[in-house]
Design a protein around this ligand. Structure first.
Ligand code: ZN
Length: 321
């Protein structure tokens, strides 16, 4: 690759991740960008990407407008190297549950994830300006990785301000999955009125994943208007990297089908499926206690599950025309 940007191996575990990974308070008003990483504890590549982002922007703070805050979401799960400790932290962001977490004392909350969400809510309350006080948007990003091999993408809403923000980041956009996944940060903060997307940088262990997520976050800062490209170190290299990585992929796809795993299914994906691999209707994709699971339609497969924890076996998406 003709570039100065470097690849780093994702960490296998995070021993002492502080809650706030980094923050930049601009010299002028501007958008507020809040980035969560490690909401799933077996996805430390997101933490590495945030560390890279703040290290890269360290000398540019004087030019920065608005605010950038990077937050480690699920510390205990990261420490244990598991997707979650008691319950999936990215499936419980319902207004009623969040309200209950706010009203309950931390020691009375019954799951590790709910106790951590209570801390996160405290940070968000401090960091995010009241809507009435700011004319600038709040942008919320949730950084992930996945268990299969394959290409990166972003999950977002089919709304013009979301598409405008993501178009110049050169990451394929997936529409509709945020409607199918219940209790995600994405949906919760979208309903609050923020511009939101989830960044899925690649396989949990692939060193390219950290680079992909770092590159996308570097371009985000420019795309959102917090920092002009000329002040972003290696901006052209990061852009070239993403254009190159994603040139074979459709720039936007829509969600068609979701295979939901239920308790006791004993779901097993057949080996070798990667993100954006084309599948045909009727193709044998996986097995569970009830037998063979076949594709219900043509399309591209997305996030085939090759790990124990998780409730979504795979998604099928189609190019958006
Ligand atoms: Zn995840």
């Amino acid at each position: 690759m003709n570039s100065r940007i470097t690849f780093t191996e994702p960490q296998t575990e995070v021993e002492d991740a502080s809650r706030t990974i980094g923050r930049i308070d601009g010299t002028e008003d501007g958008p507020t960008i809040i980035i969560f990483a490690g909401i799933h504890g077996n996805e430390p590549a997101g933490i590495d990407a945030l560390n890279n982002l703040f290290a890269n922007l360290e000398d540019q703070k004087e030019h920065f407008k608005g605010k950038l805050v990077g937050i480690c979401a699920n510390q205990q799960a990261l420490f244990e190297g598991v997707r979650f400790v008691d319950e999936d932290m990215n499936r419980i962001w319902f207004p009623s549950i969040i309200d209950k977490i706010k009203r309950t004392a931390s020691e009375d909350l019954k799951s590790s994830e709910r106790q951590e969400i209570k801390e996160l809510l405290g940070i968000l309350k401090r960091e995010i300006p009241d809507e009435s006080e700011s004319e600038y948007p709040v942008i919320f990003v949730d950084v992930h990785s996945f268990s299969s091999q394959g290409e990166m993408f972003a999950i977002t809403a089919r709304k013009q301000n979301h598409i405008d923000l993501l178009s110049s980041m050169h990451v394929p956009m997936i529409f509709g999955i945020e409607e199918a996944l219940r209790g995600t940060t994405l949906r919760y903060f979208q309903d609050v009125g923020y511009i939101t997307f989830a960044l899925e940088g690649g396989n949990h262990q692939n060193k390219l994943t950290v680079t992909n997520n770092t590159a996308a976050l570097m371009l985000l800062v420019a795309s959102a208007g917090n920092l002009p490209p000329r002040y972003i170190p290696d901006y052209k290299d990061y852009k070239r990297h993403l254009v190159q990585e994603n040139k074979q992929l459709p720039s936007s796809v829509k969600f068609i089908y979701q295979h939901i795993i239920e308790d006791g299914d004993d779901f097993k994906m057949r080996p070798g499926y990667t993100n954006f691999q084309p599948v045909k209707k009727g193709e044998w994709l996986a097995n569970d206690v009830n037998g063979q699971i076949r594709a219900q339609c043509d399309g591209f497969i997305l996030m085939p599950l090759y790990q124990k924890q998780g409730d979504d076996g795979f998604f099928i998406v189609r190019e958006q025309v």
